[in-house]
Design a protein around this ligand. Structure first.
Ligand code: AFP
Length: 322
């Protein structure tokens, strides 16, 4: 099995970007260890703080954020970072070539139940001439990402990553401490019989999504003429990993639970990187209005509607909005 760096060189990834990726992965290896020891090390449960999203921070959210932040800011490769757990972007090296957005631990509600969680990251090129402290440089659309990926802390620790030459799977081999390539050019099946959505929000969705899901639930007695299965891990990393592996549609649609906040998922460090991975694997990543990676960001913490996965199923879902 091929090691990480040679596999990236095969995709003509620059040495600087490879070094940055290895820097991020060094932090995730430590996070993987801390996650496995969390119960023993008193790292379960919440802190007394909330992040800027108004969510209570888990102890491991804070630990993971500090590990990634520190290693990136010390690396010299990074001009600035933005994180789910940081109110504002944080300046790095004025000469750093890259901007990194990340969710240090996605699926926080799974931490205390020993279930799937992961780190999501998205890399853009820094804009020359812009001050490192200026958060406006993060306002770059998802199609400008030069790399995106996640590390899933599951039964095995897996890296799923793209640099624009397909989406590849790697597994952390603890015998030598590196990630090994296990599957190159993963392909999302175009058709599926599986959907992922938080059904408890159903009554708050807009009519098109209500109608679409009702038709899936009607199974072979309804207009779709086939039975669908439902899965919900409550961590986007886990749900998207399943979709990449065996197909499916994943959605977090607009809802009316909180009129000031119709969307749940964050554009810069959830929707954009996952869209890049899904599209590079032949899937589709949309809102009901258009392609996620075309959205021009207005804020590093902005939220967005998400409908992504198997091509034909996503297109079917979108047809209900026409
Ligand atoms: P955190 O980033 O706060 O851990 O939230 C996880 C998440 O944004 C995403 O990974 C899940 O798909 C979604 O929340 C789960 O939301 P529900 O609470 O509706 O299950």
């Amino acid at each position: 099995m091929q090691r990480l760096a040679p596999s990236l060189r095969e995709d003509n990834v620059s040495l600087d970007l490879i070094s940055l990726i290895k820097t991020i992965l060094a932090a995730t290896k430590e996070i993987s260890f801390r996650v496995s020891q969390a119960h023993l090390g008193g790292l379960l449960g919440s802190t007394l703080d909330e992040n800027i999203q108004g969510e209570v921070q888990k102890k491991l959210d804070v630990v993971a954020n500090e590990l990634i932040k520190d290693i990136l800011l010390e690396s010299g490769f990074v001009k600035a970072i933005s994180s789910e757990e940081e109110d504002h972007s944080v300046a790095g090296d004025e000469n750093g070539k890259y901007l990194v957005s990340f969710d240090p631990l996605d699926g926080s509600s799974n931490i205390d139940i020993n279930s799937l969680i992961g780190t999501i990251f998205s890399i853009h090129e820094a804009i020359p001439g812009v001050d490192a402290a200026d958060s406006a440089q993060f306002k770059q659309a998802g199609h400008k990402q030069v790399c995106a990926g996640y590390v899933l802390y599951g039964p095995s620790t897996m890296l799923v990553m793209t640099t624009g030459k397909g989406t590849h799977f790697y597994v952390l081999d603890r015998t030598h401490g590196g990630f090994l390539l296990v599957e190159r050019n993963v392909q999302v099946p175009q058709d599926t019989k599986e959907f992922a959505v938080n059904m408890s929000n159903q009554r708050f969705w807009q009519a098109p999504m209500q109608n679409y899901i009702n038709d899936l639930l009607a199974g072979d007695t309804g207009p779709r003429g086939k039975n669908f299965n439902m899965r919900w891990i409550a961590a986007m990393v886990g749900d998207i990993h399943r979709v990449l592996q065996r197909g499916g549609i994943f959605t977090y649609p607009a809802d009316s639970k909180n009129s000031e906040q119709p969307y749940k998922l964050r554009l810069m460090y959830e929707a954009n990187p996952m869209s890049y991975l899904i599209e590079q694997a032949g899937g589709v990543a949309m809102t009901s209005q258009g392609r996620i990676m075309e959205i021009e960001p207005t804020d590093i913490h902005q939220r967005v509607e998400v409908i992504m996965g198997s091509k034909n199923e996503v297109e079917k879902c979108l047809s209900y909005y026409k």
